[in-house]
Design a protein around this ligand. Sequence first.
Ligand code: PLP
Length: 419
Amino acid sequence: MSTTRQDLAIDPPLAPETLAVHPWATATGRPRAHRTLNAPLHLSTQWEGADLPQLAELFARDQDRGFYTRFGHPTIRLAEERLAVLEGAADALLFSSGMGAISTSLLAVLRAGDHVVAHQSIFAQTIQFLEHLAAAAGVTVDFVNAAEPDQVAAAMGPRTRLLYLETPSNPAIDIVDIEGLAAIARAHGARVFVDSTFAGPMIQHPLSLGADLVLHSASKSLAGHADVLGGGAAGAAPLIADIRRMRVLTGATLDPHAAWLLLRSMQTLPLRVRAQSDTAERVARQLEASLAVSHIRYPFLPSHPGHEVARRQMALGGGMLSFALHGGLASTRRFVDALRWIPLASSLGSVYTTLEVPEELDFAVEEIGERASSFALPPGLVRLSIGVESAADIQRDIQLGLDAVTECAGGLSSSAERE
Ligand SMILES: *Cc1c(COP(=O)(O)O)cnc(C)c1O
């Protein structure tokens, strides 16, 4: 028998940076076939069977090759395989948005009477959806500070089916210990879901730390160009199969064109994340050194309360940080008004450096202030998402903002005024 290239297993296996680029590659080789170098984009929502038995066969066993797009689709499938490879997961699914991934995954595993323990400071709409399940579906939810593992252990009970984490968290940049908390959950027979949007698969692998499911808003760094809305979930095959069945019912399917853009974007994910992390760490140190700053959270700053955990479970610090200024919201407004070019924008994780002030957005005030889980964000907290522009340009603009705050405060020249 002649040897083809597909028979030649690649040893050692290809690195994630390589697999992210090649839409067809697997860790051990590639299929030998005449095919497009780029992934094809199929725009038909339906596939023809040659006869009724073949159509039935596509429906029963081969939905990803093409049957009807809500069930599966070859371009979406390629992007799902990329995500699975990057997460080190047996299987992965993509969704119409991060909330599509989160809501569909929760609906797939929770039943009336089940109890959920969740970190208190997670994405606002995830909290809202958990509270909706509590009100409408007979699920009970306890929000605790999962940065303190004892609080999680104390909240676990006989009906606890799920521990829901998000790290680093949006917008507070809390870090929780995935491995330690997963051990607590396992001892109680509960699953662990981790929203890893702020880190992404180049920075942390929640599945290898004991999580059952890793969730993403693909709208953020996976897509990375502020032009795609999408979500992802990766984990073991049986759990993914359950979530996939629920996705057929919720209809939270990713658009195939968005899947194609996502495939293209994931090719540069390793490059973008390294550049963003480099610059973010510099900006974090700049902010920490400023007398105008009262609070700064970046996972790789030694002053972060979760710094040790972050160094253990994250390969890079990521592009997200949050900070507050002496003088609260009034100083934040002064800071923002002094910026020359950094845009104020709602989302994050893209090639653009952007910032947002959650307190200024109504939904955050309502849901972060008055819900079952009550915790305080520092007044005027700024969430900064670092892009891939020149680090010097970013730091210069940030410095203009900081200078506007110190000039106005005048007396802020003494370090004794720092908290
Ligand atoms: C943005 C975000 C989501 C929601 O994702 P969408 O794509 O906007 O639906 C969920 N979790 C985190 C941490 C996010 O930042």
